[in-house]
Ligand binder design. Sequence first.
Ligand code: MLT
Length: 388
Amino acid sequence: MYKVLTLNKIAKPGLAELERFSEYSDKEASPDAIILRSYAMHDMELPESLAAVARAGAGVNNIPIDKCTERGIVVFNTPGANANAVKELVIAGLMLTSRKIWQGINWAQGLKGQDDVPALVEKGKAAFGGNEITGKTLGIVGVGGAIGTLVANAAVALGMKVIGYDPYISDKARGVLSPEVQIAELDAVFAESNFITLHVPYNSGTKHIVNAETLKACKQGAVILNFARGELVNDADIKAALSGGKIGFYITDFPNGELLGVDNVITVPHLGASTEEAEENCAVMAAVQLKDYLEKGVIVNSVNFPTMAEREPVKSDKRLCVAYNAEAEQDVLAGVKDILAKKGCEFTLDSAVKGKAGYALVYVSGGDSSALDGAVKQLPGVLSARVI
Ligand code: MLT
């Protein structure tokens, strides 16, 4: 049985998947794998035994990806598994910011204890009117992702005009998107939309993608919806744009001390993926991906290593999994083949590269396959080696 360290509460169906191949615990000191949700791993000492990390969710900014890559630790996420939950909250966000529902509810609560509440409601409700979203323009930054595509199609179904920006949009995503969705440049998305929703990961390229300049380009009274990551928006800039009236509302799933209590900021406590369905989907997907990697060397949905499918039909005594520095690929693969040949092993080798990281899955038969991993680890450029 493999050993898995759980760093957050994992939904029951995910635990059931873990039980199929591992003993899991929140105290495991020498885990083969870690499964987590939002636990911040950056200050954590990575155990020597660690081969894989699975994030039950989409964002991986709580995981030290570069450190994991340098150690040959494969990091997985679960793209799409919580996309429907996030989409539904974004649609709620559109409603909350087109009409003063939230403010009206708060006001109505404040009437408790007063006489003739129904009459007060009818008298005071005029302060909480709004507009309909049908016919308005929704701009989606990151329209080609799992969440972006769902939001786009739902908004079209609600009668909105949808324009989206995504420099990395795949043909598959284009095929899924309603033909009514227009693909546009980022400038046009900010300039032409009544509502702008963000669906990109947070990284050095997307930090503060909403800033003084992009806000200046927006329509008067535009609304910003952020159910992606807090760091995508420059808080000082959006507060300035809100106080000047340029931006009508900012709804964010990432409250912080700067944003609480600010007029026309609606703070949701990171509930985007907090549905039973999404938590279960993410936990199961993360656990299955760990199982496939630990037991078969197969990689699906890794953020730092390439995808590696299983060869069929597969006939081998053992499998050797090698993570390596992509720059050293030729030497590493030649070295692996040399070691296997010297040991008299027959083998079939599949390899792939993603960015700076390479991975080889080698099906090994016959010969002396003892201590293979130890020998391969000595090769320059090898980050990790494991025999299954
Ligand atoms: C995600 O990254 O998947 C969502 O923000 C939800 C979460 O953090 O679990």
